[in-house]
Design a protein around this ligand. Structure first.
Ligand SMILES: [Zn+2]
Length: 357
């Protein structure tokens, strides 16, 4: 098996982030976001928009895009047909990326923590009047990247919100966000959109591609923007390599140590994210949910995975989540050791078959 070059997954992360960012101005909500968009519009018209809202849901479904569309709509001076007009002074500033009343609170690097200093700087900005005289919008992406200190600092502005302030918190893992933060936000749970709707959107964007849209969407675990990002570069191949490695490990054809050595060359956070999704998919397939990815595995692997003990599989998922939280908290563990432990555990898991079988 070829080595996985580190740049592949890192590039993939950046590509996904670029896709999540606005490409057209004004940003229009994706077809699967219409209901949420209408509820925001209604709240805006009735002047009932909350001070803080959380857009929570899986990665790659366009939460950031939706946040940006809402920010544009809120800051635009003369919104037309429910979206930013694209012509006023505020829109000009937003197009240029220089609007003074929109602030992004993000980690300095993807996968790292949002520091308390950034939150403090933000709170200071929020204490001042909006420069364009309207709303002030803050987008936190992702909210789970705030550690306890940063979260506590932000909490104060959530408890005593300034006039005309809108905080939009984006979260891929809302359970990893401090409960006191969560409870002060109006929660918008954005589910994975329906396959049919996504395929209608995705297929025209795939002209010239060798991959079938259904296959691509399955590899992206149903997340439309992830699917689009997978189209470019060798991200699809990278994922297939990860899966091959896991199957080989399951058949004792490669050791956990050797596989960890290969995997540590890639971005660990991205690998962990993939592993989490893959095992989640496996657990669902194990109880009878359809999965193109699992159905395409070699028969021997399928048979082996069918016998996995569900409680053990769920414990493994919990372990992966805990590891992900550790990484998100800014801890900088030894990558090789972390992967070795996860892969050794996977080996142990495979030996724990369902007793009834
Ligand atoms: Zn405008």
């Amino acid at each position: 098996m070829a080595l996985i070059p580190g740049r592949v997954s890192e590039d993939f992360g950046k590509r996904l982030a670029t896709l999540e960012n606005m490409r057209d101005f004004p940003a229009l909500p994706y077809p699967w976001q219409q209901n949420d968009w209408q509820s925001f519009s209604a709240q805006l018209e009735q002047r009932h928009l909350p001070h803080a809202l959380m857009l929570a849901g899986p990665q790659g479904i366009g939460k950031r895009h939706l946040a940006e569309a809402l920010a544009q709509r809120v800051l635009c001076l003369s919104p037309a047909s429910g979206t930013a007009c694209g012509k006023c002074r505020a829109c000009d500033l937003m197009k240029a990326g220089t609007h003074p009343d929109i602030t992004w609170l993000e980690p300095e690097e993807p996968g790292k923590a949002i520091k308390i200093d950034s939150v403090r700087a933000l709170i200071q900005t929020l204490g001042q009047t909006a420069q364009q005289g309207g709303y002030k919008v803050v987008i936190v992406d992702p909210a789970e990247a705030m550690n306890a200190n940063a979260s506590n600092a932000l909490l104060k502005s959530l408890e005593e919100p300034a006039e005309n302030t809108l905080l939009i918190l984006i979260s891929h893992t809302p359970s990893a966000v401090m409960p006191t933060i969560r409870s002060r936000c109006q929660m918008h749970l954005l589910a994975l959109p329906g396959e049919e709707q996504v395929l209608r959107w995705l297929t025209p964007l795939m002209t010239g591609s060798q991959v079938a849209p259904e296959r691509l969407l399955a590899a992206a675990r149903g997340a439309p923007l992830t699917a689009l990002a997978l189209l470019e570069g060798d991200a699809l191949e990278w994922r297939e390599q990860l899966q091959d490695g896991l199957v080989q490990l399951s058949e004792d054809r490669v050791s956990a140590i050797a596989l960890a050595a290969q995997w540590q060359n890639a971005d660990v956070a991205a690998t962990l994210e993939w592993l989490l999704g893959w095992v989640h998919d496996l657990a669902r397939w194990r109880v009878g949910a359809p999965s193109v990815v699992m159905d395409e595995l070699p028969e021997a692997a399928q048979q082996r995975f069918r016998q996995l003990s569900l409680p053990v599989l769920h414990r493994y998922l919990e372990k992966l989540l805990t590891t992900k939280k550790q990484l998100l908290s800014g801890a900088n563990p030894n990558k090789q050791l972390l992967l070795e432990e996860l892969l050794l555990d996977w080996g142990v898991l495979l030996k724990q078959r369902e007793r009834s079988q």
